[in-house]
Design a protein around this ligand. Sequence first.
Ligand code: AMP
Length: 215
Amino acid sequence: MVVILVGPPGVGKGTQGALLAEATGSRHIAAGDLLRVALRDGIELGRKAQDFMNRGELVPDQLIVDLVCEVVEKMDRDVGAVLDGFPRTVGQAESLGGFLSELDRKVDVVVVLEAEDDVLVKRIAGRRNCGQCGAVYNVHFSPPKQEGICDQCGGSLTQRPDDDPVTVRHRLDVYRRETAPLVSYFHESQAPVRRVQADQSVAEVQRAIREAVGG
Ligand code: AMP
């Protein structure tokens, strides 16, 4: 199955995508994580993406399409994919559709996660990431055992540069302008779209997503 998770920043795509992939034996492909790894590893593509990311803008379509499609292409056809944060524009969705059909695959279901802006802003303000292993915490909802230190690897926890309140507001605007139109695009392109209220506990949201994808 190819599942696409669509939703504004802070809605929980990363957390829910990882849980869904684990539960269904699929691969979790998070576009933002791929970009951050490329940046951390000093790959040219990461450097090209950095300014866009820090400003809260979307990186150019071709750059992210190439990055994600390269991962999907290498996957065994029998392994499912949970695409998190990709596609984020209608152009990316069109490229993905063409690419998947070459592989004789298709988008099986689109899950749209929804929550009010103040919930998103609060969640993002509390988000802390481990620079070493990528684990994500939230000082309000899922704090590490020791402040500032990753439970899993002992790395230090920091705030993403694009998680400051001004950039977050901009990312929400970008979501509404560029990404929200994807929902009607998928309706028109016959991919089933399921809406899930994400303003609930992690377990409740996961249950609703599993129901939405039929598993
Ligand atoms: P995320 O980790 O999903 O919040 O993404 C962080 C940043 O990476 C975004 O604000 C964009 O700058 C960039 N990014 C991630 N996914 C995409 C995408 N599909 N298209 C364009 N830019 C993206």
